[in-house]
Ligand binder design. Structure first.
Ligand code: ZN
Length: 238
């Protein structure tokens, strides 16, 4: 018949990578578990070679680890310590880049930030996906405007939105986040460096506590209402 061969021809590398990435992000392939390459190949009606190539690529996102027998296992989702480390990093670079964005009228990213906020779809099928995608584009636009390739590269290598997506629930307070993005965009648009820096710090601390609650709920700990640790307080390292 040759029908299996023609099916194989239609599944290209990009779509295999996208499918496996989505399976890991939504937990269809659970965290910290071995990846069954033969089973995935059979599901996708391809040989194991393109599956292995896709898995190798996903290692770069820090979603997979190679195992000693040439296999792969998914990484754990972030725990409380991982969330803190990620937000400590973000608090170092993002308030700085927001300040810089508000200091330079030529590289001011506010038109981009405005259109990003306006195009947010509050009726999206998955608010979790809509919020994470919007958030990723919004924060990246501010960092990009710094034109500092080392900072941008470090931020992109953290794959922070991929990792936050894995722990984020559907009950994320996207309205509060959107309002905070509005405050940041306002300060950048009106060339208010201090206002932009403060608004970004406030927003990251709000997000930090939100994500910390997700991981403490997942591990069965009490829901957090306490303020962020002293090392995360705005201005503490200024
Ligand atoms: Zn945000």
């Amino acid at each position: 018949m040759g029908s299996a061969g023609s099916t194989k021809g239609r599944v290209d590398h990009r779509s295999i990578v996208a499918k496996l990435r989505a399976d890991i992000l939504v937990g269809t392939i659970p965290p910290a578990s071995r990846v069954n390459i033969a089973q995935l190949a059979s599901q996708l009606a391809v040989s194991t070679t393109p599956v292995r190539e896709a898995l190798r690529e996903l290692q770069g996102d820090n979603l997979l680890l190679g195992t000693s027998n040439k296999g792969y296992e998914t990484t754990k989702t972030l725990d409380a310590q991982g969330v803190r480390a990620l937000f400590e990093f973000r608090l170092l670079v993002e308030p700085w880049s927001a300040r810089l964005a508000a200091s330079d009228s030529l590289r001011n990213p506010s038109p981009l930030l405005r259109s990003e906020i306006q195009s947010f779809n509050s009726h999206a099928r998955s608010m979790q996906q809509e919020m994470i995608d919007h958030d990723s584009r919004f924060h990246t636009a501010i960092l990009q405007s710094s034109e500092n390739s080392f900072v941008l590269d470090a931020y992109q290598r953290s794959h922070c939105h991929l990792h936050l997506f894995r722990i984020c629930g559907n009950d994320w307070d996207w309205e509060a986040s959107l309002n905070q993005h509005g405050k940041i965009a306002d300060a950048i648009e009106t060339l208010d460096p201090q206002g932009a820096e403060d608004a970004m710090k406030e927003h990251l601390q709000f997000s930090y506590l939100g994500f910390l609650n997700y991981v403490s709920e997942a591990s069965g700990s009490r829901k957090l209402s306490a303020p962020a640790p002293a090392r995360m307080v705005p201005g503490a390292h200024a």
